[in-house]
Design a protein around this ligand. Structure first.
Ligand SMILES: [Fe+2]
Ligand SMILES: [Fe+2]
Length: 394
């Protein structure tokens, strides 16, 4: 399918005209991509006029243009909908506005400001739309749904009423170049969870509001701007409801940084004790982990155990990085425990305590180990695990 650069019809007169980026390995300078990503742009052709919904990342404008031209003369496009101003899909709006000279950019009030700031789009080429406003394309009508802070303040959704297709931009997104449809991608829910963890989790309240708004619509298809399209949206909708409500499992995430193996050993003692108590454990070496995987684990973990080496009398910087990430992503975690190993510098435990407090977690146990783990410290680590198990299972 991808050998020929042309639009893909996903529903009568609705085409995917985006781009697949198979080679991209990192996003937001933070999370790693195993299977690339996609920038989904959609073309809706009405009897009288056509609308382009979102565009592509900079560098993919030629591919988008070819796909558009394979379907329709660009002059027929009268509306270029910008659901979100971030360059991964709005990067092609300048090209789109050049191709379709008579077209207006459709966006929210804030979106119009961002379009000018980011892309220098003149205000006379922008039409601001409000909640519930409709655009008639002839046979097809688009409605606009304000969905702020998903994940920027200007974000909105677009709904194709006659077909029940909801275009949600980043919401329901997933980073993978694989598949046109979600049911073709075996691990789609993992990609979606990773995406939620990194992008949407800090905005759970806004997500809940948006989900409530769309619950009244007859949504037959969800077409996000990254990853595959959901032609059976039930599963992803259910997951999003759980994630937005902050539903956690009896699960503990263990993050360790270990220069000489002692912190890792301590983490392993806690892990096996937790497992023996029936708690699900996921464990990552913070120095080599993909922050995207850790973000995914944060989505439904109830407890966090941080085990860290001390480096030059401070908390190891890779541990600090993840504590900062946890603060930024605002996960639904509740409990934490801290393990620090040191030889001569003793301040790392305080740094962990301060950071965990900032994440808003209850500290259920802490220990400072002077290099090698003694018999008594093994007992103390098991006790910490026991306390943690009690909390996450309670
Ligand atoms: Fe975005
Ligand atoms: Fe994005």
């Amino acid at each position: 399918m991808m050998a020929i650069v042309e639009g893909v019809e996903i529903e009568d007169n609705v085409f995917w005209v985006g781009a697949k980026d198979y080679s991209r390995t990192i996003f937001d300078s933070l999370i790693r991509l195993q299977k690339g990503t996609s920038y989904n742009s959609y073309l809706v052709i009405g009897d009288n006029e056509a609308a382009l919904i979102d565009t592509v990342n900079p560098g993919f404008e030629d591919i988008m243009e070819k796909r558009i031209r394979s379907v329709v003369e660009p002059e027929k496009i009268k509306y270029i909908v910008m659901n979100h101003a971030e360059p991964d899909y709005a990067g092609g709006i300048e090209r789109a506005l050049t191709l379709s000279k008579g077209a207006k950019l459709i966006t929210t009030q804030l979106g119009s400001k961002f379009a000018t700031l980011f892309y220098n789009i003149p205000q006379d080429r922008i039409k601001v739309v409000k909640e519930g406003e409709k655009i008639d394309l002839g046979g097809y009508t688009l409605s606009f749904i304000e969905a702020p802070m998903l994940h920027w303040p200007e974000t909105m959704f677009t709904f194709l009423n006659e077909r029940g297709i909801l275009f949600t931009c980043d919401f329901f997104g997933a980073h993978t170049a694989e598949g046109m449809w979600s049911d073709e991608v075996e691990d789609i829910m993992y990609h979606a969870k990773k995406y939620w963890g990194e992008i949407m989790m800090p905005f759970r309240v806004n997500a809940k509001n948006a989900l409530k708004k769309i619950s009244g619509l007859d949504v037959k298809m969800i077409a996000p701007s990254h990853g595959p399209i959901y032609r059976r949206p039930k599963e992803i909708l259910e997951r999003y409801i759980d994630w937005s409500e902050g539903k956690t499992k009896e699960k503990v995430l263990i993050l360790f940084t270990s220069m000489w193996g002692h912190a890792m050993k301590a983490a392993e003692i806690v892990a096996s004790e937790l497992v023996s108590k029936g708690v699900e454990v996921s464990m990552y070496d913070a120095s080599i982990a993909d922050p995207g995987d850790v973000a995914a684990e944060l989505v439904d973990s109830r407890g966090l155990v941080v085990a860290s080496s001390t480096l030059e009398a401070h908390l190891h910087p890779m541990t600090t990085l993840y504590l900062n990430l946890a603060k930024l992503l605002r996960p639904p975690l509740k409990y934490a425990a801290s393990i620090v190993t040191y030889l001569w510098g003793t301040g790392a435990d305080r740094e962990i305590r301060d950071a965990l407090q900032e994440v808003g977690l209850e500290l259920v146990g802490e220990i400072k180990i002077n290099v090698r783990i003694s018999e008594n410290e093994v007992k103390a680590l098991k006790k910490i695990a026991e306390e943690m198990a009690k909390k996450v299972k309670g």
